[in-house]
Write a protein that binds this ligand. Structure first.
Ligand code: ADP
Ligand code: MG
Length: 263
């Protein structure tokens, strides 16, 4: 009988406590039509709810490509990516729906220059989610107030400092209440004195329990914010662990070499 059979199956293995927010399984990425050198070579990465994973590695190691694959801006060549247990790399999946659950912030500020900060932030909820303008603006103002930008809501992006623009870009990614936030070198285009305010905001998100994957060259920040650091080398996660282990006492010679070059 069906009922007793279902009771005896170990369905608990798929229960909520064991489902990761993000699961990358054997993810490969090769660019171009003719098979060249793969940029990602079998990435396995699980991220638990509230976990903060920091990706480090030399320029060209595949950090951005991995984040872009997770956000479905790039199509994986092989392997699967799951969000809350649902396979988003399935060709039949609704990419737009999945992308709305994942916030991505890039290195360069991607605010639309012809829109005010408020219109930038409310564009997605109004167009994609069909939220009423008033409701979207109220949610936006709450978030802008939290990041200290309430007085800039009616300004255009070019009237803001780089750090303010980047904080506005983060608010724009947060407005959809994403399950997962991805940050790709969000401070590398900033003047040094503006880096701190953006990193502080990412630190606040960690306090709020946001699940995040962060690519960064800021090792001090990686140490403070990461639950786990992954060292990418030529498209593989060569080494991973708690920040104090990977950053202070790495096992792999290539990790040591990378960290030595930074100082
Ligand atoms: P990282 O972010 O770690 O610096 P990237 O993911 O940007 O590394 O790049 C990894 C490799 O993939 C690099 O060799 C880069 O040239 C290549 N690459 C990235 N995007 C493309 C693309 N659209 N077409 C072809 N090659 C690409
Ligand atoms: Mg990159």
């Amino acid at each position: 009988p069906r009922e007793s059979a279902s009771r005896s199956t170990p369905a608990a293995s798929a229960g909520p406590s064991t489902t990761h927010v993000l699961e990358c399984r054997d993810v490969w990425k090769t660019f171009g039509r003719r098979p060249g050198t793969p940029v990602l070579r079998g990435i396995d990465l699980d991220v638990a709810e509230h976990e903060v994973v920091v990706l480090i590695g030399a320029s060209g190691s595949g950090k951005s490509t991995l984040l872009r694959c997770v956000n479905l801006l790039e199509q994986v060549s092989d392997g699967t990516i799951r969000l809350d247990g649902e396979e988003i790399t399935d060709p039949r999946a609704d990419a737009d729906r999945h992308r709305q659950r994942i916030g991505l912030v890039f290195q360069s500020f991607n605010l639309f220059p012809h829109l005010s900060v408020l219109d930038n932030v409310t564009l997605a909820p109004r167009r994609v989610h069909r939220r009423a303008r008033g409701e979207a603006e109220q949610a936006a103002m709450e978030l802008l107030t939290r990041v200290g930008l309430a007085d800039k809501a009616r300004e255009y992006p070019d009237r803001l400092s780089g750090g303010q623009q980047q904080r506005a870009a983060i608010v724009r990614a947060l407005i959809n209440s994403p399950r997962l936030m991805l940050f790709d070198e969000v401070t590398s285009a900033l003047d040094p004195e503006l880096v701190g305010e953006v990193l502080a905001l990412v630190g606040d998100l960690k306090q709020d329990g946001m699940t995040m994957v962060i690519a960064t060259h800021e090792m001090g920040f990686a140490r403070r914010v990461a639950d786990r650091v992954c060292f990418l080398d030529r498209g593989v996660i060569l080494e991973q662990g708690p920040p104090e282990q990977v950053l202070d006492d790495p096992v792999e010679p290539r990790t040591r070499q990378f960290l030595r070059r930074l100082v």
